[in-house]
Design a protein around this ligand. Structure first.
Ligand SMILES: *Cc1c(COP(=O)(O)O)cnc(C)c1O
Length: 385
């Protein structure tokens, strides 16, 4: 029996809960990303933090795109998975010494730096190794991404980036440090952006900034517009591959690159979200006075997005054909926020059924914790089962 794209019999043989990654969909998604990137002249760097599963990373790396890392652990994992070091960028407000040293030793493309003290430290550590570190400055463009407050990053009130008024002085500062080379500007305004028009104010802010910098005689080789492209959590089957084409055509239409400039982007969620499903088993069906609950063996420790961001994930019962009923799908963790979805309509459910929590490939497995001393969820590529 298979339902949708799920090989039910094979899934039944695994210990639940576990992440199931559709390798064919992931491949097709990266191919589509690459085709659009080639068409519009983007250099994509996959944002490793969305999903750093070793097999997923290897598959993405095999297509030759770059990686965007936000920790030393991610830099090392990206190199190990086969991403070319000269295509790895390293961002983050709080890079520690060992992380900077690991990135220098790996000969990555550049550091996306965010503060003067950070620049001093990278300069000092690069100097000790006799290296010159490439620097892109992360700029806070004060552009609203119109997304959930917890995933908005480009406003002046956020901790990220260098404010526009401090930028010219910061570029001068980089140019004054012997072991640093200023090579570009980096932006990232937020995540799960589903309206491509949201990127237009970002492009306009970059154009304005470029005009000012050009007038001041500053040369900028690289523009990195970050990540943020959203996906359809409501309809994963109708929209399995995100609209990379629309995203890139919007940006290339509104962003005025200067001659010779290279354009980078850092898609995370859009690359991996739809290929991943959290498979969980129903432990009990509990009938309350006004509700019935499907209590499953996955919890917020396996997928924290609903509890952390009020995120919606579509949930299907993939082993039942019984008429649909409404269930609150909840986990076993001792927290009231351990609820995946309330009043979810799905096929009539009993103990032992498998539920598919869809669109869970991004910010799912990687955010799992051992709270309640639980085991971490398993993970399989479709090609392994
Ligand atoms: C998280 C992050 C990304 C990826 O964002 P998505 O919304 O998953 O595409 C890209 N760049 C930076 C700097 C990030 O922090």
């Amino acid at each position: 029996m298979t339902k949708g794209n799920f090989p039910i019999e094979k899934l039944k043989g695994q210990q639940t809960p576990f992440y199931y990654y559709d390798a064919a969909l992931l491949s097709k998604t990266v191919e589509t990303l690459k085709a659009s990137a080639d068409k519009y002249g983007f250099l994509p760097h996959y944002a490793v933090k969305a999903n750093a599963n070793e097999k997923v990373l290897k598959l993405i790396a095999s297509y030759g795109i770059g990686a965007d890392c936000v920790s030393g652990g991610e830099v090392l994992a990206a190199v190990k998975a086969g991403f070319a070091p000269e295509k790895i960028v390293f961002a983050g407000v709080g890079k520690t010494d060992w992380e900077i040293e690991a990135a220098l030793d790996s000969n990555i493309f550049c550091f996306n730096a965010e503060s003067l003290p950070e620049l001093d430290v990278i300069n000092e550590l690069a100097g000790k190794k006799g290296k010159i570190a490439n620097i892109e400055l992360r700029v806070n463009p004060n552009v609203d991404a119109h997304t959930h407050a917890k995933i908005t990053t480009g406003l002046n009130e956020n901790k990220f980036g260098i404010n526009l008024e401090n930028l010219p002085a910061t570029i001068k500062y980089v140019e004054g440090l012997k072991n640093l080379k200023f090579i570009g500007l980096h932006f990232h305004i937020g995540s799960q952006i589903t309206d491509n028009n949201t990127f237009i104010p970002l492009c306009e802010a970059i154009n304005k900034l470029q005009g000012e910098l050009q007038a001041a005689g500053v040369k900028v080789e690289n523009i990195n517009v970050g990540g943020g492209l959203g996906i359809s959590y409501e309809d994963p089957d109708g929209n399995p591959i995100p609209d990379f084409e629309g995203y890139m055509s919007t940006i290339s239409k509104h962003l005025q690159l200067l001659p010779g400039q290279k354009l980078h982007c850092e898609p995370g969620r859009s690359v991996v979200a739809q290929c991943g499903t959290l498979i969980t088993k129903v432990t009990y069906v509990k009938k309350g006075t006004v509700k019935q609950f499907a209590i499953v063996d996955a919890g917020m420790t396996d997928l924290i997005r609903p509890a952390l961001y009020d995120a919606y994930h579509k949930i299907e019962n993939i082993t039942s054909n019984a008429p649909a009923e409404k269930y609150d799908v909840v986990g076993p963790i001792c927290e009231s926020s351990d609820v995946f979805l309330k009043d979810n309509e799905m096929n009539g459910t009993q103990r032992g059924d498998l539920l598919a929590i869809r669109s869970a490939g991004a910010y799912g497995e990687i955010m799992a914790s051992r709270y309640n001393l639980r085991q971490l969820p398993g993970a399989f590529l479709s090609t392994e089962l």
